[in-house]
Design a protein around this ligand. Sequence first.
Ligand SMILES: Nc1ncnc2c1ncn2[C@@H]1O[C@H](COP(=O)(O)OP(=O)(O)O)[C@@H](O)[C@H]1O
Ligand SMILES: [Mg+2]
Length: 258
Amino acid sequence: MLDQFINVSNVTYQYKSEKGSIEVLNKLDFEVGEGGFTAIVGPSGCGKSTLSKLISGLLTPSDGEIFLQGEKVTSPRANVGMAFQNPVMLEWRTVINNVTLPLEIVSPSMKAKEKEDRARYLLALVGLEGFENKRPSELSGGMRQRVSLCRALVHQPEVLILDEPFAALDAFTREDLWQVMHKLKEKEPFTGILITHDLRESIFLADEVIVLSNRPASVQYLLKVNLAIERTIDNLFTPKAIEMLNILREQIRIAQKR
Ligand SMILES: Nc1ncnc2c1ncn2[C@@H]1O[C@H](COP(=O)(O)OP(=O)(O)O)[C@@H](O)[C@H]1O
Ligand SMILES: [Mg+2]
């Protein structure tokens, strides 16, 4: 077991333009152990999406380093899967062929039948059996996000990065997707980072919650989630859960004032 599967080491990031530079992250430092699932919460605009792009190699730190499984991240990597708030789907492709897309890039020699079997398996796992041949526009928002999760996991990435994937969904759909996430984590193990502004979501899904300070963000607070292993929505209303939510709410309040 690697206890530094994802290692964000003293990372500072500035966006630079002709008008000057804006510091978004300042000496951000944390790690996620193998199989861990860490939620990142923090004030709007503090740099969460910037962090997700840095970990996935789409941006490079101005200072500091990021390691995945001990290897320094310098460009996007095949062993990372990603999903965002508004999944971009290719409308001219069916659902199943949107899911197989990463395999075409990462495993070009894999047989078409194998790719489709893998996609079919994941689609069934998230409750989309029978929707394989629909077009993305025929799906609801919740269904699109399910497809997006399948696409993020289809090539069996070791690392999964989710940037507010459920933020645009209504509360009931969101809770359904939380259950789907638990199922995926069990059947398709990954080490993950979940960026969210939903505190209940953070403690329901993750085993650690990091609260970022206001911009330029650094780690302000780390909460270890110790809900019962069997996480049910009912568990979110126990005194233990409410206590954790109160701590996080207070930390967000502090972060916003800074
Ligand atoms: N490409 C960019 N160029 C310049 N500034 C940016 C760019 N992307 C984001 N920012 C700024 O960086 C800050 C952090 O953005 P972001 O990481 O998207 O925050 P969050 O996801 O926490 O809301 C914001 O102030 C935003 O305006
Ligand atoms: Mg964001």
